[in-house]
Design a protein around this ligand. Structure first.
Ligand SMILES: Cc1ncc(C[n+]2csc(CCOP(=O)(O)OP(=O)(O)O)c2C)c(N)n1
Ligand SMILES: [Mg+2]
Length: 319
């Protein structure tokens, strides 16, 4: 499949911005500037970049606790996102949601959720609304392998399948749910489980942004033309602990983690772009530098922003 040059460059830049945002979060969290829990997705950058390169601005996504990259790729403002992680009033959710609940309906991100697998039912609802209102929108639901054994997985996908809703289920299979290896939690292959819902299943290398783009392109096209849901398994690797501070040594070895880092989707795609003659090494450096400047500015904005005041306590609270 031929992918336009601008799109290839956009995907590279998006992965780099995602990585830079999170690398900086590691530092700021370590320095004590970011409160609460933080879950990072370094190593998984090809998935949001490849999918979002296919979606239209008003298509919807649902994400999860590891959702920084999805919002970066969907068009979220990194300064407001960083301010949200800092818990500041200027944050994308006025400092009340934090890292696990980044949501920005203005760019079509209907929300992340700290409750595992919530997005699977919300996405089905969003897709039902798109179908009933004939908006032509497609919904992509990002979720982890840890959601495969929840009731919401069954309820969400089954309903979308029988009603032929315009939704793509994108399983980011990084092999772990916290410390639990997928082979411990699940006996049947994912493909068999999906087959029981009667919808198409495709499994791809989720660290290859072009493979992600191509799979998403086919799935979104099928959903948009009324063909119903598609399930994509994107195999990937979580570079850091389940949460920042997770020591990991009780459930995976140093060697496993080293192996995992060999799959760097950004290095791999950068090399490919140079080979294809799309960009030079100098161009890649420039993109990296621009991302560093963007995130520097985001951190400065967050650090200088005010905290919410007592007057904000009951605002946006509904009874
Ligand atoms: C309903 C529910 N059960 C348990 C948890 C605790 N928990 C948080 S993340 C997580 C694992 C999620 O794994 P996965 O879906 O594979 O996503 P990943 O963290 O690998 O990105 C669990 C069990 C939770 N947040 N919500
Ligand atoms: Mg997982």
């Amino acid at each position: 499949m031929e992918i336009e040059k601008d799109k290839l460059i956009w995907m590279y830049r998006t992965m780099v911005r995602h990585r830079e945002f999170e690398d900086r979060v590691v530092k700021e969290f370590g320095a004590g500037s970011i409160p609460g829990f933080v879950h990072l997705s370094q190593g998984q950058e090809a998935i949001p970049a490849g999918v979002m390169a296919v979606l239209k601005p008003d298509d919807y996504i649902l994400t999860h606790h590891r959702g920084h990259g999805h919002l970066v790729a969907k068009g979220g403002d990194t300064a407001q996102m960083m301010a949200e992680l800092y818990g500041r009033k200027t944050g994308i959710m006025k400092g009340k949601g934090g890292s696990m609940h980044l949501t920005d309906p203005d760019v079509g991100d209907l929300g992340a959720d700290g409750i595992v697998a919530t997005g699977l039912v919300t996405a089905t609802g969003a897709a039902l609304s798109a179908k009933m209102k004939k908006t032509g929108r497609v919904v992509v639901c990002f979720f982890g392998d840890g959601c495969l054994n929840t009731a919401r997985f069954h309820e969400g996908i089954n309903l979308a399948a029988i009603w032929k809703l315009p939704v793509v289920y994108l399983c980011e299979n990084n092999l772990y749910a916290e410390s639990t290896l997928i082979t411990y939690a699940m006996k049947a292959p994912i493909a068999d489980r999906v087959a029981s819902y009667g919808i198409p299943f495709v499994s791809i290398d989720g660290n290859d942004v072009v493979a992600v783009y191509e799979a998403a392109n086919d799935a979104v096209a099928q959903a948009r033309k009324g063909g119903g849901p598609v399930f994509i398994e994107a195999k990937t690797c979580r570079w850091r602990g389940h949460f920042e501070g997770d020591p990991q040594e009780t459930y995976r070895t140093k060697e496993t983690m080293e192996e995992c880092k060999k799959t760097d989707p950004i290095k791999r795609f950068g090399k490919k772009l140079i080979e294809m003659g799309v960009l030079t090494a100098k161009d890649l450096d420039k993109i990296n530098q621009e991302a560093v400047s963007e995130i520097d500015a985001a951190v400065k904005f967050a650090a200088e922003s005010p905290w919410p005041g007592p007057e904000d306590l009951l605002a946006d609270v509904h009874a």
